[in-house]
Structures are given as structure tokens and as C-alpha cells.
Design a protein around this ligand. Structure first.
Ligand code: IPE
Ligand code: IPE
Ligand code: MG
Length: 247
């Protein structure tokens, strides 16, 4: 097989552009600091998402991936979980029109099987509704965990090996990436975490192997496009060596 032919058999290459992933943390503390219920912080956080998505083209961000609900967040109260789920639904319904007019393609990553059928249907709907857009790619991680995603990918690979569709030797990094929820996305260039916590909390474990990290003390409900602009300025000063040496 020629090189050209083998390239055609691979997942389509993502379009060029900066990929920023954000662990949006600190909503609960932001609200509690003011004596308000945690959900008020989440509501404020959703407004910050809207602003940031709209600012992305100006900031030079082509791909924005947001961690909204982790596989560990089920440990929270039913009230908080239900409140978050209805915020996700409300965001999609309210923003669908604007996403289409701004050329935003939205996708949801994570394991949907544990989510309510109505919410799953809404995710399917917005993904289809915006699938022709390619100015910006918004990916929201809901019931997402990096380990869970890798486990699901490995199970799918194992099934394909068992059925004879794949040989064990064909399993490469690129092939495994194609089995992940993020198969259509480039790896993140930058991962930002707000709220001062300096951990990864199970986010994009495979994809962020060579990402730059920025940890900011700003709580997510206080995060603005200007905060992101300053972070990007700092990111652009960094030298990414990918294991090599400075020429
Ligand atoms: C938002 O911040 C992240 C979500 C899980 C939705 P938190 O709710 O974790 O806020 P803190 O960390 O308790 O302040
Ligand atoms: C990470 O924040 C998950 C999301 C932002 C959705 P958490 O608040 O759940 O993480 P931990 O518990 O501080 O590690
Ligand atoms: Mg938190």
C-alpha cells in the first residue's frame, strides 16, 4: 500500500489551531464565600463559559475543551448533580442558535450511558445540529474520566482483536487515540485549571502527555476572556521541546 493510500484509511486529520482545555474549578467555593448555595456558583460559571466560547476566535483558540462533570462528581449531593445536569440542558437549548451563527461545532465526550435519556437526546441533537460548523470546536466533558475513557477504548480494541478486525501488532499510539472520545481532536496544547488546585483530577490523561499546564488561583466564576488572554500570553513564551533539545 502506498503512503497516500494508508493516510486515507486513517481518521481525518484535525484542522490546525490552538487547542485549550480547561478544568473549570471553584464554582462551589465562589458561592460559599458569599454565603450562597453552590448551584449559584455553577450558574455563574455557565455564564463564563458563554463569554469564553464567544471570545475564542479573537483569542486564537480553535478548539476549546471544557471539563464540566467528572466520573467522580457523582459523589456530590443529588441536588447539586441534578442542578448541574439541568444547567447543561439549559446551556445547550439557549446557545444552539448562537453556536450555529458563530460556526461553533459542539461535541460531548464522556460516558453517556449513566445520563438521563432526555439529556442524551439533547447531546445527540446539538451534535447533529452543529456538525457542519468548523470555525470553532467546543467539546464538553460530561461524566468524563480519563481512566474510564482509556478503559472503554481498550475494551473496544480488545473486541476488534477478538473479532479478527485488528491484530495486536496494529495497536499503535495513533490507533489508540482514534478509539478515544477525542478521536476528532488534536491533543491539547494547553491545559488550564482554575481555583488554585494543582492536580489533573482525571482529565485527558492520554491526550495531555505533552500539554503545557497553567494553574491559576482565579475561581471559575471570576474567569474572563481577559484572564485567558493573559494565560495565553504566558503560554506563548514557553518553549515546548517534546523531549528534544533546543536547536
Ligand atoms: C466546578 O467547581 C467544577 C464542577 C465539578 C462542576 P466545583 O463545584 O468543584 O467548586 P469547588 O471546587 O467546590 O469550589
Ligand atoms: C474537577 O474538579 C472536575 C471538573 C472541573 C468537572 P473537582 O472539583 O471535581 O476535582 P477535585 O475533587 O478537586 O479533584
Ligand atoms: Mg472543585
Amino acid at each position: 500500500m502506498s503512503l497516500d493510500q494508508s493516510a486515507q484509511n486513517q481518521t481525518p486529520q484535525p484542522l490546525p489551531g490552538l487547542h485549550v482545555a480547561v478544568i473549570m474549578d471553584g464554582n462551589g467555593r465562589w458561592a460559599q464565600n458569599r454565603g450562597w448555595p453552590r448551584l449559584v456558583g455553577h450558574r455563574k460559571g455557565a455564564e463564563r463559559v458563554r463569554e469564553l466560547v464567544n471570545a475564542c476566535p479573537d483569542l486564537g483558540i480553535r478548539y476549546l475543551t471544557l471539563y464540566a462533570f467528572s466520573t467522580e462528581n457523582w459523589k456530590r449531593s443529588t441536588e447539586e448533580i441534578m442542578g448541574l445536569m439541568s444547567l447543561f440542558a439549559r446551556y445547550i437549548k439557549r446557545e444552539a442558535g448562537r453556536m450555529n451563527s458563530e460556526g461553533v461545532r459542539m461535541r460531548v465526550i464522556g460516558d453517556r450511558s449513566r445520563l438521563a435519556p432526555k439529556l442524551r437526546a439533547l447531546f445527540d441533537w446539538i451534535e447533529t445540529e452543529t456538525e457542519a460548523n468548523d470555525r470553532m470546536f467546543l467539546t464538553v466533558a460530561i461524566n468524563y474520566g480519563g481512566r474510564d475513557e482509556i478503559r472503554r477504548a481498550v475494551q473496544a480494541v480488545a473486541r476488534d482483536v477478538a473479532s479478527g478486525a485488528l491484530t495486536p501488532d496494529a495497536v499503535s499510539d495513533t490507533l489508540l487515540s482514534g478509539y478515544l472520545d477525542t478521536s476528532a481532536l488534536p491533543d491539547p496544547d494547553l491545559v488550564v485549571r482554575t481555583s488554585g488546585e494543582t492536580r489533573v483530577s482525571n482529565f485527558l490523561l492520554w491526550q495531555a502527555a505533552y500539554s503545557e499546564y497553567v494553574f491559576t488561583p482565579v475561581l471559575w466564576p471570576d474567569f474572563s476572556p481577559e484572564t485567558m488572554r493573559l494565560i495565553l500570553d504566558a503560554y506563548r513564551q514557553r518553549e515546548r521541546r517534546f523531549g528534544g533539545v533546543t536547536p
